[in-house]
Design a binder for this molecule. Structure first.
Ligand code: ADP
Ligand code: ZN
Ligand code: ZN
Length: 731
């Protein structure tokens, strides 16, 4: 009897045996419906065997083999298997979680559900000058529909935040109509490489980078593209992708969540008007995600532009992977399968025998180390692509003894005033949303803390609420101190809202926009705000890290950095690496075009080496000094780490589990186990968290250790939630 070994979404590290039954042949990669306990579940056939250790009478038949989509390819199953092994995570969970949600459900999917649109006869006959010339978005919509034939709703939304509204009008006018065609097969005009009319001629450094990668297009190689902000890294990706399309291949481009802006997507679409580009990210509706995933799986989509989760998209003609801003923390998933999409992208490229380009102005130290030691090939773009766009001048403003107006120093206020007078844009960067980080009683010293987390409650003055930014708990702002009854409570410190109020007071006629997670909460709010900035409808932006990355605002010439010092002396050994990257990124927003840029950093430590390197735009020097420190301390990249995380209602339960775990650890490997300690954020959402760090010089030894340990940990203490975190990024 043929036995199907089925992967199921259950936290058990095993496959489950079923017989083929009478619903026809099922092969590896097929989705099947099976009964598991009392439930029906969807699984994926991951293996086929002749025998089972189960008695024949106990083997149940599969109930159904789904034929609604093609089976998962061997290529993608190999990647998922590698991922499960590397992160010591059950294969079934890894496979099922890589599928779009509709494919995990127990019903077959209805074909081509996603709505798509095309022009009617009337729409096709419509000349562009029949539309008012100011209706830019309508022009864009008309042009794109003409070019593509059929566009999905998500493609239209990607054109501009107001494109869906324009579409509504097209529908009302009878210029466009709904069609279901695109889910099954996009219009042929949608496929195949195209070329935009305007192409900048490459700088010598760009050309060198492009040629280096193109010279080795059909083999595995990790390229580290280290280019300062505005050096034209994206242009390098575009040129390589162009060749990939010409050779009939597919390209996977991974970007951090925040970076996947409509601007970036339009830049790709404009360059490849004929090539089917799909995006994949968590904000897409389930149906859209499935459609885009299927287009990639069938090979029709030639470029997949997506966030972390798009790594697991089946791509039969994969020829290139790009990881933009490869240092970004959002590539690492922090729950469930704690994988790094960057590291798995490298694994995928290796399996597929294709190049992977990691791009960044501030590479992760691990990547930099690999480049310096020759495991990765280093490509440098040392100057800005637009010759006139010099790097911004960076200065520190010593605020130790300065008179601050609600946190802003006189020179910064003056610089803002100058930009206003010149009609240029400014960004005040502060990485803390809300009005103030904490509320304090001047009488007894009470401060607002979260009862569920080891954190403070942030003051949101306008809503008169205190909020925990970690667990979401919120309460009304008290009028009097809960401890002593004193009515003299004060918000302490700075947040985006406070800076906003200060600036409104200082510059009452300026157009001021606050961009943080609160103001961007509404759907489409962020793209709309970005569009307003691009359209120069904003003078001063107050922004958190949402604003730090990727954006290319031509009129932005001043960046003021407020309150960055906190990370200089943090307990987290990666804090200074992150701060440097963040400040480089945010500085890179200034003076991207021909107007010179200036960056002013308010600090109490103006001579700190981090700021000194920043002033010289010296990533290489800073990375060298960090590597020296890491080597002395034997931290990554000079060792490899695994963190055993434990979570329980009581700290003692979590710590006791970790002590048992330490005692149960296999001893035949050359690894170092540290003592259990509470996590930096010891309490989160009502749970106490602790961890135990394991380190080793050899990754092989650490992996073998972790595999054995993982087995020993199972069933050790039912009250504790635990997880192994391979290559942990947060402690
Ligand atoms: P990065 O991704 O490194 O931040 P971009 O690729 O966004 O840089 O390029 C920065 C700016 O320079 C963009 O406006 C881009 O259009 C422009 N640019 C890139 N390469 C060239 C080039 N070779 N010649 C002229 N302009 C260029
Ligand atoms: Zn008090
Ligand atoms: Zn909380």
């Amino acid at each position: 009897m043929k036995i199907l070994q089925v992967a199921l979404d259950v936290p058990l590290d095993t496959l489950f045996d079923y017989s083929a039954g009478d619903c026809g042949e099922a092969g590896i990669g097929d989705r099947v419906l099976v009964s598991f306990g009392r439930r029906k579940m969807v699984g994926v056939v991951a293996g086929i065997a002749d025998h089972s250790i189960l008695a024949p009478g106990r083997i149940k038949p599969v109930l159904q083999v789904f034929r609604d989509t093609p089976p998962l390819s061997g290529e993608i199953l190999r990647l998922l298997q590698f991922c499960a092994d590397y992160y010591h995570h059950p294969l079934g969970e890894v496979i099922l979680n890589a599928l779009p949600v509709p494919l995990r459900q127990t019903k077959p999917i209805a074909p081509a559900k996603a709505a798509a649109y095309r022009l009617t006869e009337a729409g096709l006959a419509l000349e562009a000058d029949a539309l008012p010339s100011r209706a830019i978005v309508k022009h864009k919509l008309l042009l794109n529909l003409k070019q593509a034939g059929t566009l999905a709703r998500s493609d239209i939304a990607a054109l501009s935040p107001s494109a869906p509204q324009a579409l509504k009008e097209f529908l009302a006018q009878g210029w466009a109509e709904e069609t279901e065609e695109v889910g099954a097969a996009p219009s042929p005009r949608f496929i195949g490489p195209g070329r935009a009319s305007y192409l900048p001629s490459l700088t010598p450094a760009q050309e060198q980078a492009v040629n280096a990668v193109l010279g080795k297009l059909e083999q595995f190689q990790v390229w580290l593209l280290h280019g300062i902000t505005g050096s034209g890294k994206t242009e390098v990706y575009l040129r390589i992708i162009e060749q990939v399309l010409q050779r009939g291949g597919q390209a996977l481009v991974l970007v951090p969540e925040i970076n996947l802006t409509p601007q970036l997507e339009s830049r790709f679409r404009a360059r490849f008007p004929g090539a089917a580009l799909v995006s994949l990210h968590s904000r897409l509706a389930a149906g859209e995600r499935l459609r885009n995933w299927s287009l990639a799986q069938s090979g029709q989509a030639r470029i997949v532009l997506g966030t972390r989760l798009s790594l697991f998209t089946p791509l039969p003609k994969l020829m290139l992977i790009v990881v933009d801003e490869e240092h970004d923390g959002s590539f690492k998933q922090q729950d469930g399968l704690r994988y790094s999409a960057r590291d798995m992208a490298i694994a995928r490229a290796k399996q597929a025998g294709v190049p992977v380009v990691l791009g960044s102005a501030t590479p992760a130290l691990e990547s930099w180390h690999n480049a310096v030691t020759g495991r990765y090939q280093l490509l440098e773009l040392p100057a800005r692509a637009v010759a006139e766009a010099a790097l911004p001048t960076i200065r520190c403003l010593d605020v130790t003894r300065a008179n601050l107006v609600d946190g802003l120093s006189e020179p910064l206020i003056e610089a803002l005033r100058t930009r206003l007078e010149r009609g240029e844009q400014s960004l005040v960067f502060i990485n803390r949303r809300g009005f103030a980080p904490v509320m304090r009683c001047g009488q007894c010293g009470w401060i607002s803390t979260c009862h569920r987390c080891s954190s403070r409650l942030v003051v949101h003055l306008r809503e008169k609420r205190l909020r925990c930014h970690h667990c979401g708990h919120e309460s009304r702002m008290p009028h009097t101190c809960p401890d002593c009854g004193n009515a003299d409570l004060a918000p302490i410190g700075l947040g985006t809202q406070r800076i906003e109020e200060t600036l409104i007071g200082l510059f009452p006629t300026a157009r001021i926009l606050r961009v943080d997670r609160d103001s961007a909460k509404r759907k489409h709010a962020l793209p709309e705000m970005l569009e307003r900035i691009h359209a120069a409808e904003v003078d001063i932006i107050i922004g958190t890290q949402l604003m730090a990355k990727g954006h290319d605002f031509k009129k932005l010439t001043l960046v003021g950095v407020v309150n960055a010092d906190g990370a200089l002396y943090s307990a987290d050994f990666r804090a200074s690496e992150r701060l440097f990257a963040q400040l480089m990124q945010v500085s890179g927003r200034a003076g991207r075009d021909t107007l010179p840029g200036e960056v002013l950093i308010q600090t109490q430590f103006p001579t700190h080496p981090l700021y000194q390197s920043l002033i010289r735009h010296d990533y290489n020097g800073f990375a060298e000094s960090l590597l020296t420190e890491r080597k002395q301390a034997e931290f990554p990249p000079y060792c490899h780490q695994v963190l055993l995380r434990a979570e329980a209602p009581l700290m003692e339960t979590a710590l006791a589990f970790l002590r048992k775990a330490k005692a149960a650890a296999p001893t035949r490997f050359d690894v170092t186990l540290f003592d259990p300690v509470p996590a930096q954020m010891a309490r989160l959402a009502g749970n106490e968290r602790a961890h135990l760090l394991v380190q080793a010089a050899s990754r092989g030894a650490l992996q073998a250790f972790a595999a054995d340990w993982n087995k020993a940990l199972t069933g050790l203490d039912g009250r504790v939630r635990w997880a192994l975190d391979i290559d942990p990024q947060e402690f």
